[in-house]
Design a protein around this ligand. Structure first.
Ligand code: BGC
Length: 746
């Protein structure tokens, strides 16, 4: 298709009409020029294709599809291949339904455990989040189906999400919130990016030229189109000029007319519209569903259910396992307790709500344990304890070898569209776990939740398995892990704080009516807890296995590097237990001689390794400039400070097994500009300034307070070092005049 030719044949009205949807889910067709429409539908963890009534809140029904594990779960796999496989399977369902673009993945950072939509997002860490997002995109797009990386950017809460302004300083935006999108854009080139509802630093994300054009396109090289979140458009003409190509859903022609009017009035250059149309047409042509795709990716929902189960097993995180209570031998008398055992919570509410083609609750597999029994224990629909249910659950627990309590957050506590009010489980569940653990010493808790919960009972239970919202096959996957047919290998993609009050965003979440200030800066998640030495319940990267691993032989290929070098790190890992298992090895970089305020360490690499008992493998990581850099807001660029950096290899952020230092220097030495406001000590480090000032100093006797015989001379010298050059004139008893300063500045 010759896109430029088509554009030249289009009327102004036709071009404007392409810039908003034809309906809730379809783009506009221009039949006379053979431009057909495409259909988009929600993801991210499955297909929500609505044929009849349409909505963006998960209210009306959608066609049956596979509900795969949600983002909060899949991130715990730390497995890019797995994410790609899942993306491919979702795409096959899109192809069968003639859906060209599946909306997702969501790469927003988990700033607070309270964000109602955390279940859709990956992590508190931008490196992990962006890698997972990139893998998901690559998997989907390998089939020719498009994606929409969302919600760009700083949409980290549901409260007032359509109008609040996220106030984020430049360095924080770059290092945390944008970084979570950046890698995915650069590495996987999503077909579309969905702009967020909210404002960022006072300007709507949907009309923010800095974000949509300068950063996304000019810096990162994005070449798809930007689509608005559903209803995110504020000023359509401003948005178009800023880089928002497609408004969704349809504006019923209202905003298209404004675009036409703006062009006719000379307020919008027609070339801006042409460029938007060119970007739209390219994706529309590229993502048409073809017969060839249908033949290549035939739909097999049963296979996808199997895949959903396998993925869910890779995501479950074994948080605690005292006395190796898990796995459970099949002859044990197990008391399964909690309504989630028969009604698992496997997905979240809102636009990602899938109509699963099949659901397998854990209860369907109870026969794995012939001596097991089930008691409901509590009702999912309320927070109040039902004494009768509780009493019979306690009785069952007392008469069993061990009990497994299925607890979690019901939809009414956690969903798109609103934020959580607190970080607790419903009271009836906490009471049940507490009381049962008093009656039965061998307690396992299985959790179904989309983000961290407080665990006041943690010391009275022996095991905790975090199953998150693991998709339609979560019940089967949990039973696989409980029974030991699968060895758990997931690790937490977020910190579980002990209390909500410990979370860095606590004071500034969800902000006031107009603004939410990200005052914790770059100190999000573990970056904060570690810096402040705040004990946590479970740390970022934590997760146990039924086997054990030994880390050894850390080598870094050089002791000194320039920031332009690629540093190779190698380390050995051995399975020292008696079962096959998988270990997620994490590499953190710890700046050790920094002058800039930085987190103690940051994740810069991870690898998931499969090992048979006794097997040993060597794993390598590559580090580049970004692994050591921070974002220098004055310089408007990434910068590496000269100095020592620790290369830390760990089984979690708090379980560092091996460590080696490396010295890294910038290839182009950084020189801070000297001004009259530079402190004396810093200015004196500049050879020309030092020579000039020393010459002056020699020409004038030292003022009495700086005389070397004065016992306080050192103190005064230290004070002098902190003074800006401009005040040194006064301090040095006019030894340095304004004229001298002007001279040295020149
Ligand atoms: C959500 C998006 C979703 C869209 C369409 C919005 O409310 O924020 O994530 O893709 O609706 O349903």
């Amino acid at each position: 298709m010759d896109i430029q030719q088509i554009i030249s044949e289009m009327t102004l009205e036709e071009k404007a009409s392409l810039c908003s949807g034809a309906s809730f889910w379809d783009t506009v067709a221009v039949e006379r020029l053979d431009v057909s429409s495409i259909t988009v539908a929600d993801g991210p963890h499955g297909l929500r294709r609505q044929r009849d009534d349409a909505d963006h809140l998960g209210i009306a029904q959608s066609v049956p599809a596979t509900c795969f594990p949600t983002g909060c779960a899949t991130a715990c796999s730390f497995d890019e291949e797995l994410l790609a496989e899942m993306g491919k399977a979702i795409a096959a369902e899109c192809i069968a339904e003639d859906v060209s673009i599946v909306l997702g993945p969501g790469a927003n950072i988990k700033r607070s455990p309270l964000c109602g939509r955390n279940f859709e997002y990956f992590s508190e860490d931008p490196y992990l989040s962006t890698k997972m997002a990139a893998a998901h995109i690559k998997g989907v797009q390998s089939t020719g189906v498009g994606t929409s990386l969302k919600h760009y950017v700083a949409n980290n809460q549901e409260t007032l999400r359509l109008c609040i302004s996220a106030e984020v300083d430049e360095r924080t935006l770059r290092e945390i919130y944008l970084a979570s999108f950046e890698g995915a854009v650069k590495e996987a080139q999503p077909t579309t990016v969905m702009c967020a509802y909210n404002k960022v630093n006072g300007e709507y994300a949907s009309e923010n030229e800095y974000l949509l054009t300068q950063i996304l396109r000019d810096e990162w090289g994005f070449n798809g189109f930007v689509v608005s979140d559903w209803g995110a458009v504020n000023d359509r003409v401003k948005g178009l000029a800023a880089g928002l190509e497609l408004e969704m859903p349809t504006s019923d022609g209202v905003n298209d007319a404004l675009i036409v009017e703006a062009v006719n009035a000379g307020k919008l250059d027609e070339s801006v519209l042409d460029q938007a149309v060119a970007r739209l047409l390219k994706v529309i042509f590229d993502t048409q569903i073809t017969a060839a795709q249908k033949a290549k990716y035939p739909l097999d929902l049963d296979k996808h259910d199997e895949k959903a189960r396998q993925i869910a097993t890779e995501c479950a995180v074994l948080l605690k396992n005292e006395d190796a209570l898990l796995p459970i031998a099949s002859n044990k008398k197990v008391a399964f307790i909690g309504e989630f055992f028969e009604k698992p919570r496997y997905q979240g509410g809102g636009s990602s709500h899938i109509n699963p083609y099949k659901i397998t609750p854990a209860k369907a597999f109870i026969s794995m344990f012939p001596n097991a029994a089930y008691a409901q224990g509590f009702s999912i629909d309320e927070d109040k304890t039902d004494e009768k249910l509780l009493a019979s659950a306690i009785e069952l627990a007392q008469n069993s070898d061990l009990c497994v309590i299925f607890a979690g957050l019901p939809d009414r506590h956690e969903s798109e569209g609103f934020d959580r009010k607190h970080m607790r489980l419903p009271d009836n569940q906490n009471q049940l776990i507490e009381e049962i653990s008093q009656a039965q010493p061998n307690c396992v808790v299985v959790l179904h939740n989309g983000s961290p919960v407080e665990m006041p009972w943690i010391h009275s239970v022996k095991s905790v398995l975090e199953a998150y919202l693991g998709g339609q096959a979560t019940g089967a996957a949990v039973m696989d892990v409980l029974g030991g047919t699968v060895n758990p290998s997931g690790k937490l993609a977020e910190t579980f704080p002990l209390r909500l009050e410990d979370n860095p965003s606590y004071i500034n979440f969800p902000g006031d009516r107009d603004k939410v200030e990200y005052r914790e800066g770059v100190f999000v998640g573990y970056r904060y807890y570690e810096k402040k030495e705040i004990p946590v319940l479970f740390s970022f990267g934590h997760g146990l296995s039924y086997t054990s691993f030994e880390y050894s032989e850390l080598t870094v290929d050089r002791a000194e590097a320039l920031d332009t070098d690629c540093v190779t790190v190698a380390v050995n890992i051995k399975n020292t237990g008696s079962r096959a298992g998988k270990e997620i090895m994490q590499l953190y970089v710890a700046p050790k001689s920094n002058t800039v305020v930085r987190p103690l360490k940051e994740l810069k690499g991870f690898k998931k390794v499969t090992l048979n008992p006794g097997e040993e493998k060597t794993v390598t990581f590559s580090l580049d400039k970004r692994s050591f850099a921070f974002y220098d807001a004055d310089l408007k660029d990434w910068r590496v400070e000269s100095g020592i950096y620790g290369i830390l290899i760990g089984a979690s952020s708090q379980d560092i097994r091996l460590e080696k230092d490396i010295t890294v220097n910038p290839a182009i030495p950084y020189k801070r500009p000297i001004t009259v406001n530079s402190p004396v000590a810093e200015a004196m480090a500049h050879p020309k300034v030092a020579a000039f000032l020393n010459k002056l100093r020699e020409s004038v006797p030292n003022p009495p307070h700086l005389d070397e015989n004065n016992p306080m001379a050192d103190m005064f010298a230290a004070m002098a070092n902190e003074l800006p050059l401009r005040s040194s004139a006064m301090f040095f008893g006019r030894m340095i005049t304004q004229a001298d300063l002007d001279e040295v500045m020149k």
